[in-house]
Write a protein that binds this ligand. Sequence first.
Ligand code: PEP
Ligand code: CO
Length: 453
Amino acid sequence: MTVNFAHTALLKELDEYVNLTAKQQPHWEDKTELERVKKQLASQPPLVFAGEADSLRRQLADVAAGKAFLLQGGDCAETFAGATADKIRDRVKTVLQMALVLTYGGLLPVVKVGRMAGQFAKPRSSDVETRCGVTLPAFRGELVNGFEFTERARRADPERLLQGYNVAASTLNLIRAFTQGGFADLRKVHTWNQGFAENPANGRYRELAAEIDRAVRFMDACGAGNSEMSRTDFFVGHEALLLDYERPLTRVDSISGKIYDTSAHFLWIGERTRDLDGAHVDYLSKVANPIGVKLGPTTTVDDALALIDKLDPERIPGRLTFITRMGAGKIRDLLPPLLGALQDAEVTPVWVTDPMHGNGITTATGYKTRRFDDVMDEVQGFFEAHREVGTVPGGVHVELTGDDVTECLGGAAKIDEATLATRYESVCDPRLNHMQSLELAFLVAEQLRQEQF
Ligand code: PEP
Ligand code: CO
């Protein structure tokens, strides 16, 4: 075996993160087992290629420049059992349907990134959970432990890292097949959207849907190449939270000699782990994938500038995405000064709104939920803030599913508190269901249209 000394040196530098504080990591009891699993994971093939991550970065550079729009969506927490063909298909379908509407609204290519094939680890506000006087470790996502409230399920099990890898691999395989094998055909996607617009509850979107209908038929009649109509890029991303999963899947690319985290095309750092001196920021500063950082309401201008210096010192277009999640009531006050300061500093990250995580509420009956109106209000506030400052509103990042769940309140189907219990299936945060997701896409399309005038 040949040892490449340059690669060894790079990986040694990468491993400096182990000396820093890594928040939100599980307590693995069996360290020997953990090391065995990590070794096994390190010998598995990469899930994505460096060239694909580079392609996404170039597309994100277009987003930063206002020449494309980013749609990121999927579960809050994927589950292993939820990785069935039907469920994956319906989530992909939802994202494709939304993307078509957004493409028409913005007259821009839509870059599609699923919160899929690796979104298995969750940060928690408390290390433990207490129910009826019993205290157990909190559920940290299926990459770590089980959701069931038993001592056995809640134990952090390293074997899950391998299971997660395998589920991610089969999920990604199906996504690739769906989006390259004809399922993503615009003519078909469009027919699904017509079904949505024909529903009386969605009457207000009928006109826009009819316009899209003409546009798709026009393209078809003009003989737009079959491959352009029937295939699409579909990238995947997740929160790079669990470093014991990310590290074994991080490799040196033999062509460029650069380090890539091959667990996904896009990795982001969560609101709770974005400390400048923490392990997560240090780790992702050394991988060449396009990366994101969630920015909550406490973010200062200095925080944002320091994150840029650390994560994107060379100011590579498309390298860094800021995903803001301020809350509907705060975004109009908090976002414009941040945008203005970064504009003055002549830095242009991709700006994306996550209208979900700043708008959580808990009902009297104990359901974690969000109001669809708050979600939409934050999206609208995002566009207003960018219009005010003259920066580019680059995209939306949402938690959604293709299923007809009842987890978020409102929307055209008017889900109310009493209805929440009927199909609440999320093991973490509430997601927009299929209809609510499409509704959001139509509303965002209306915003994007205004951008053009
Ligand atoms: C999430 O995206 O599921 C999440 C936990 O978000 P945040 O880091 O913004 O709280
Ligand atoms: Co979430």
